[in-house]
Write a protein that binds this ligand. Structure first.
Ligand code: B12
Length: 142
């Protein structure tokens, strides 16, 4: 797809499986919208297949998963693989929530680019995304 200069960053936020903790994902959604990003929330009880399909269909730049009820070592690698298989390997995959330190190397090796856990400052998350977006747009323009 032809990139439009200075278009807004598009972010898909999702919750996988039976995890119904909604506070973190709601706060992140507000923070990203306030920072001028376009945010789509899939709602609860999604499968990796549903999230990958939505990410491709909505042509988002970033997929952000909020996970507080375990299952992340299974469903995040699966989502990363599905995105790659469906042509979405260039999307930034973020995760946040209750993700023990010992699980993080496995997730990062599987394709999760960045993990923000409890207490993460939303300003740091916004700054991380703005920097990633600026670098991506600069490299596409070059
Ligand atoms: C509130 C709460 C609940 C509420 C949820 C209400 C709601 N609508 O959200 C209720 C009471 C319903 C609940 C239920 C349960 N809970 Co509960 N809950 C919590 C609690 C106390 C706080 C969670 C919270 O809202 N934090 C505040 C938000 C702002 O923080 P956050 O989500 O972590 O988000 C921040 C970062 O993580 C990050 N982030 C989060 N998501 C994302 C996404 C992206 C893209 C990015 C970039 C960043 C990001 O940014 C946010 C800002 O800093 C935690 C304890 C804890 N310390 O986390 C337990 C906790 C998550 N719950 C737990 C459990 C076990 C349960 C139950 C299974 C209990 C039971 N036996 O029924 C059920 C499961 C329900 C389900 N099906 O999912 C465990 C999970 C253990 C685990 N994962 O191994 C925890 C950790 C408590 C514990 N210490 O045991 N819970």
């Amino acid at each position: 797809m032809q990139e439009q200069p200075n278009r807004r960053l598009r972010v898909l936020l999702a919750k996988l499986g039976m995890d119904t903790h909604t506070v973190g994902v709601t706060i992140i959604g507000h923070a990203l919208r306030e920072a001028g990003m376009e945010v789509i929330f899939t709602g609860l009880k999604q499968t990796p297949e549903m999230v990958a399909a939505a990410a491709i269909q909505e042509d988002v730049d970033v997929v952000g998963i909020s996970t507080l009820s375990a299952g992340h070592t299974r469903n995040l690698p699966k989502l990363a693989r599905l995105l790659r298989e469906q042509g979405g390997g260039d999307k930034l995959l973020l995760a946040g929530g209750v993700i023990p330190q010992e699980d993080q190397p496995l997730l990062q090796a599987a394709g999760v680019h960045k993990i923000f856990t409890m207490g993460a400052d939303t300003r740091d998350i916004v700054q991380y995304l703005e920097q990633w977006w600026a670098e991506k747009q600069a490299s596409e323009a070059a």
